[in-house]
Design a protein around this ligand. Structure first.
Ligand SMILES: *[C@@H]1O[C@H](CO)[C@@H](O)[C@H](O)[C@H]1NC(C)=O
Ligand SMILES: *[C@@H]1O[C@H](CO)[C@@H](O)[C@H](O)[C@H]1NC(C)=O
Ligand SMILES: *[C@@H]1O[C@H](CO)[C@@H](O)[C@H](O)[C@H]1NC(C)=O
Ligand SMILES: *[C@@H]1O[C@H](CO)[C@@H](O)[C@H](O)[C@H]1NC(C)=O
Ligand SMILES: *[C@@H]1O[C@H](CO)[C@@H](O)[C@H](O)[C@H]1NC(C)=O
Ligand SMILES: *[C@@H]1O[C@H](CO)[C@@H](O)[C@H](O)[C@H]1NC(C)=O
Ligand SMILES: *[C@@H]1O[C@H](CO)[C@@H](O)[C@H](O)[C@H]1NC(C)=O
Ligand SMILES: CC(=O)N[C@H]1CO[C@H](CO)[C@@H](O)[C@@H]1O
Length: 658
């Protein structure tokens, strides 16, 4: 985003010998030295665990009608304005390159178990999960053959002394093997970025090794991250224009076309403008799409609806979260956010290219306390996602930063606490999980915004068709009213014939301001430091009897909540795993977040079966418990892994924040 490269990153001294954490933080230029450093990663003081609870906005006056009818056709043939076909992986994640070793694992044999679980949850519902590893740090990152200390990724020490520059990263193929192994366990498909800081010195190693190691699971290579901000970030001359980007993109296309080690030529993604200094149209007007059509796998933009740079970095006015909160709690939020892209989604569709929101979240510069980490954001993110799908985007990625942001879909514990703390799951992970169920695994889902309740902004609804048939109905209630007076009843009317009953899952919390205990169909990832990535609690799916004479089904939607109505049991069961695929954490120390995954097992593994509790995994609770009691086995490597992980992460953490 706009402000990122105006920041200096600073690193406190390391104390790896005792595996203690590295406190890292970011401060504006000019304050990069001396006392301005604050302990961003200090225990629960970090933004990621902020306990601010705002007040839910009052009920609007007049309150929306609490009864309304949704007249639906059972076949898509009769419906005008349905979206293009969407997949369950529509919502995914964008992970800054510099934090992969906090979130994904250290190398191909040390993976973060909670991350595997979080991805497997989505894969089991959607068929696949899309994750981008990239961001500003991709622009200067370089693939190297090896790093002397044996690490897989590291800040380039040569450049680290320059305080005005984002530290350049070097990484080895081991990072790509790690991604490949995550794919084989949890079905993740990856977007990567080709460094674009200097097109006279292209470094295509990531494309070469990426295709060789990830094969078809490398689904896109982003070329240029927010090029419209290059000039204002002093990465290009002040005159840098869409035509200059067009020219540089051409240099890269030529180099890839001439490179025999990059066999698949058409995986590129651009222009990824932040709509800061250029509109997408300014790029289309250069002839970008026809010129590079043979190389492009998708077109993309990146956008955040707001920023919290004032409070985070003294860059601009400080915004009061309580005042901002209502901006995230109605249906016009998502619509306004994507209005500037409707022309582009149509242009992309005409060109036969998917159009992606490659990086987004509640607000740049870390999000807002009490908003980005509250239930209201789960509703906002889901509605925004469904609105993008309705408007013919083909996917969107929620950004994941480090400890010093409020908006993470998931946060690994600070390094020195990974032995006794687990992960913290944020509202946007719930949005993503639920969206996987909204679209399902068929890749035939089509969605339409129903303009429900006379298009009332507090009670939006969508219908979903799968294989041409009405499959699901999605209902939102943005209000908070424990009295029940603003619970609404939506009457789903299907003149051609209603089923005798429907099933309903609810995404719920007591208030839009609630931070923890969000539940999806009765299950939760708990509060701060409470999750190993698996849903806890028993599944609660409601059955609602319909009126087969009137052909109506009446669905109650409490304030606040989201309800997903399944019109038949097939569309329910395809997104309701009977045996959730999980990777249990080892019990070596109390709650260890590190798996030991033997490369040999992975190399021969066909998907997930046979791995769980397998002899080399060291992840089953019983096995690990007996190991912990003294027998030789997996406990020792896992314990070493933990120590090493703490040391490695301490040394490697690179401050990253949007
Ligand atoms: C972890 O490190 C932070 C920052 O140095 C420190 O404030 C905190 O007390 C440490 N926590 C533990 C449990 O060691
Ligand atoms: C992964 O990291 C661990 C801990 O640093 C190390 O013991 C192991 O050799 C590494 N594996 C590979 C394949 O580099
Ligand atoms: C681009 O990044 C590489 C790797 O960090 C660096 O060596 C090079 O100097 C950079 N080029 C420019 C023009 O900044
Ligand atoms: C859509 O974009 C094209 C290409 O830039 C432009 O010519 C056209 O005027 C735009 N249409 C609208 C409605 O903005
Ligand atoms: C609805 O959200 C929009 C966009 O964020 C905001 O501008 C508007 O004030 C909100 N409306 C109400 C009534 O809260
Ligand atoms: C999405 O694309 C479909 C198919 O071309 C079209 O009918 C529909 O109007 C589009 N929706 C929007 C919001 O542009
Ligand atoms: C979360 O749920 C637990 C168990 O039901 C309860 O004890 C706790 O008070 C709840 N916390 C919040 C913030 O609702
Ligand atoms: C399935 C898979 O990709 N396994 C790989 C895990 O990583 C090691 C490298 O450390 C590879 O050898 C395996 O092929």
């Amino acid at each position: 985003m706009r402000f990122i490269l105006t920041l200096a990153f600073c690193f406190s001294s390391l104390s790896v010998a005792h595996a203690s954490v590295t406190v890292y933080n970011q401060v504006p230029i000019g304050q990069a030295t001396g006392t301005a450093q604050s302990a961003a990663a200090a225990y629960s003081g970090s933004a990621a665990y902020d306990s601010t609870v705002l007040n839910a906005p009052p009920i609007p006056n007049p309150a929306p009608p609490n009864q309304f009818t949704l007249q639906l056709q059972s076949s898509s043939n009769a419906v005008q304005g349905l979206s293009i076909m969407q997949s369950g992986s529509f919502l995914g994640f964008s992970i800054e390159t510099s934090v992969v070793n906090q979130i994904l694992g250290i190398n191909s044999s040390f993976l973060q178990v909670p991350f595997l679980n979080l991805m497997a949850n989505i894969k089991q519902r959607a068929g696949s999960v899309h994750v981008r590893v990239g961001g500003n740090t991709q622009e200067t990152a370089t693939l190297v053959d090896s790093i002397p200390d044996g690490k897989a990724i590291e800040k380039d020490k040569g450049l680290a002394t320059n305080p005005t520059q984002t530290p350049a990263l070097i990484f080895t193929r081991e990072i790509l093997y790690m991604l490949a192994n995550i794919t084989s366990l949890a079905g993740v498909q990856w977007y990567l970025g080709v460094p674009f800081n200097d097109t006279s010195n292209l470094r295509l190693g990531i494309a070469e090794a990426g295709q060789a190691i990830l094969g078809d699971n490398l689904i896109g290579l982003q070329c240029g991250n927010e090029p419209d901000l290059y000039a204002s970030h002093n990465n290009r001359p002040a005159t840098y224009s869409p035509y200059d980007y067009f020219g540089e993109f051409g240099v890269l296309v030529q180099a890839i076309n001439n490179n025999q080690n990059i066999p698949v030529k058409n995986k590129l993604i651009g222009p990824s403008v932040a709509s800061g200094d250029w509109t997408p149209e300014m790029v289309w007007d250069t002839g970008f799409i026809p010129a590079y059509s043979n190389s492009l796998s998708a077109l993309a933009v990146e956008h955040y609806p707001d920023n919290n740079c004032g409070a985070a970095f003294q860059l601009g006015a400080i915004k009061d979260p309580q005042t901002q909160f209502p901006n995230y709690l109605n249906h016009t939020a998502g619509k306004l956010l994507i209005a500037p892209y409707l022309n582009s989604t149509a242009i992309a569709q005409a060109a036969g290219k998917p159009f992606l929101m490659f990086e987004t979240n509640t607000a740049s510069c870390g999000g807002f306390p009490g908003i980005s980490n509250a239930f209201g954001s789960a509703l906002w993110g889901l509605d925004y996602g469904l609105q993008m799908a309705h408007s013919n985007f083909s996917g969107a990625l929620f950004h994941v930063g480090g400890q010093s942001v409020y908006y993470n879909p998931f946060t690994a514990p600070p390094t020195n606490q990974s032995a006794f703390h687990q992960w913290t799951i944020g509202p946007l992970y719930y949005s993503t999980l639920v969206s996987a169920e909204v679209f399902g695994p068929s890749n035939t889902a089509q969605i339409i915004d129903l303009n429900a309740n006379d298009d009332n902004m507090f009670t939006p609804a969508y219908a979903l068709y799968e294989g041409g048939n009405l499959a699901r109905v999605a209902l939102f209630n943005y209000m908070t009213d424990p009295s029940g007076a603003n619970t609404y009843t939506a009457t789903i009317s299907i003149p051609s014939g209603a089923p005798s009953q429907v099933k309903v899952k609810y995404l719920q919390a007591a208030s839009v301001a609630q931070r923890t205990n969000i539940t999806w169909a009765g299950q939760t990832f708990g509060g701060n430091f409470e999750s190993d990535g698996r849903l806890q609690g028993s599944l609660d799916v409601q059955t609602v009897a319909c009126d087969t004479t009137a052909n109506t089904c009446q669905i109650k939607v409490p304030a606040p909540s989201f309800a997903l109505v399944f019109l038949n049991d097939d569309v329910l069961s395809e997104v309701t795993p009977q045996n959730p695929l999980t990777f249990a954490t080892t019990a070596v120390t109390k709650k260890v977040n590190t798996a030991t995954v033997d490369a040999a097992v992975l190399a021969t593994s066909n998907g997930h079966s046979g791995l769980e509790g397998g002899p080399r995994m060291g992840t089953s609770k019983t096995t690990a418990a007996s190991n912990a009691a003294g027998s030789v086995g997996n406990a020792r490597p896992a314990m070493n892994a933990l120590v090493v992980m703490a040391m490695t992460l301490g040394a490697l953490m690179v401050g990253t924040q949007r």
